[in-house]
Design a protein around this ligand. Structure first.
Ligand code: DX5
Ligand code: ZN
Length: 219
């Protein structure tokens, strides 16, 4: 599996989003990560349909939407016309009906993901779910804010799911989100991650350095 790097636009210059996007055109194995927060599942509030629609018109890079919302079903329905490549929502927001929502989402998105917060028990994600998703997002910070400190327990959580993926010959990507930077990327990839989200690490650089920052996260 190739490593995908997905800068989180939460950390970009929102007033100049079009020029921010342009710095990355032509990148391979590369997604834009969109953090959708509803002010309820997480305390913070970000952006939704109108902004994503504008972003979608300005880039050909695959869009990766990370829903931090209490009612994922509403967003699975209403985001289906936005050209989103991967749609991920939180397992904690859907527990009982996760499988039926996955089935529903698969009709409209080429890739469907489930995310778990740092304190969610890894054993609570059933094999049936793992068999049906394209991506598992293991949060390495509590969702809600960019720029937080990476949680070290993430490595063992990655290894657990990598083990299950191998044992059952499954193919879901393992994505990591929160506090990712050059000093932990190698260890994350070696533990079994194949998709790294990075917000402040990429966008805190001068714009001429963005691509170097992205490449510094690859093995
Ligand atoms: C946190 C978001 C992350 C965040 C990453 O709730 O899901 O995507 O923007 O930001 P950094 O890389 O700055 O930790
Ligand atoms: Zn995110």
């Amino acid at each position: 599996m190739k490593t995908i790097i997905a800068p989180s636009l939460l950390a970009c210059d929102f007033l100049n989003i079009e020029s921010e996007l342009k710095h990355f055109e032509g990148q391979d194995d590369f997604w834009f990560h969109l953090d959708i927060m509803d002010g309820h599942f997480v305390p913070n509030l970000t952006f939704g349909h109108p902004i994503i629609s504008l972003i979608n018109k300005k880039t050909t890079i695959p869009l990766d939407a990370h829903l931090m919302v209490s009612n994922p079903e509403f967003y699975i329905d209403t985001f289906s016309d936005l050209g989103i490549h991967n749609l991920t929502w939180h397992y904690e927001a859907s527990i009982e009906n996760t499988l039926s929502l996955i089935e529903k989402a698969k009709k409209n998105y080429s890739s469907v993901g489930i995310s778990i917060k740092p304190k969610t028990k890894i054993e609570s994600v059933s094999l049936e779910i793992l068999k049906n998703i394209d991506l598992l997002l293991i949060m390495s910070v509590e969702p809600g804010f960019g720029g937080q400190k990476f949680i070290e327990e993430t490595y063992s959580r990655i290894k657990f799911f990598k083990g299950l993926r191998e044992k059952h010959s499954l193919s879901f990507q393992i994505q990591i989100d929160g506090g990712v930077k050059d000093s932990n990327a190698k260890e994350l990839l070696e533990a079994g991650a194949d998709n790294l989200v990075a917000g402040s690490y990429v966008f805190s650089a001068n714009e001429g350095e963005y691509i170097n920052k992205v490449n510094s996260l690859r093995l």
